[in-house]
Write a protein that binds this ligand. Structure first.
Ligand code: SIN
Ligand code: MN
Length: 207
């Protein structure tokens, strides 16, 4: 399951019951009082996901974290639910890493959803330098996830991230490029009752 130093793909990490409960929470959050939205990033392009940040808001115009959504509606980012925090800590611990998450970016991908290759590097320099991992949890339709190197032009490996999988990248893998090239419609587990894909990435802003 360690696919590169510091990078782990944990297939089938979450039971279907846990997945179902999380899907319910994701929906309630995304359609709640502080709703998910499609960010417009610097340069003016629209992202191909609906996003809701928990704990701390990632501003797609400034690429910085903030308490309120100054790029959208000025509302405060909702808190990160305790169950989510516990789960992310446990997943990191399962691969021998320490994460005390204080924020989560929750994205919903429809059949056309995707995300270009990028690095997660907007957390503090201290957190990144310490190699504190990003923990990613996937729910619903399978994604073709791209995982590359520390430079954009390095080769990328495609991995299918299925519902209930976790993916962790920390230590020497913390700044590896990654993205989602496509969603495979109709691949969510029967009984989960999901069209599309939810992805949660848990991070620790600072040490
Ligand atoms: C991300 O890189 O922020 C999301 C990755 C994913 O959806 O699997
Ligand atoms: Mn990312």
């Amino acid at each position: 399951m360690e696919i590169a130093p510091g990078a782990f793909h944990l297939g089938g990490r979450l039971s279907i019951d846990v997945q179902r409960a999380m899907v319910g929470q994701c929906r309630a959050l995304m359609d709640g009082p502080v709703p998910a939205y499609v960010p417009i990033v610097r340069g003016g392009g629209k992202m191909h996901v609906r996003m809701l940040c928990l704990g701390r808001h990632w501003n797609g115009k400034t690429y910085q974290y903030e308490d309120t959504r100054t790029d959208f509606d000025g509302l405060a980012a909702p808190p990160l639910p305790d169950e989510f925090t516990v789960l992310a800590r446990e997943i990191a611990a399962a691969v021998g890493m320490r994460l005390v998450p204080d924020l989560c970016i929750l994205n919903y991908y429809d059949a056309e959803g995707r995300m270009g290759l990028h690095q997660d590097k907007d957390e503090t320099e201290r957190s990144i330098a310490a190699g504190v991992p990003v923990v990613s949890v996937s729910l619903g339709d399978t994604a073709r996830f791209l995982f590359g190197g520390l430079r954009r032009r390095e080769p990328v490996e495609a991995r299918m991230l299925e519902s209930g999988d976790a993916f962790v990248f920390g230590g020497p893998a913390r700044l590896r490029y990654h993205g989602v090239s496509r969603i495979i419609p109709g691949t969510a587990p029967p009984g989960l009752d999901v069209i599309g894909r939810f992805n949660l990435t848990f991070r620790q802003y600072d040490l």
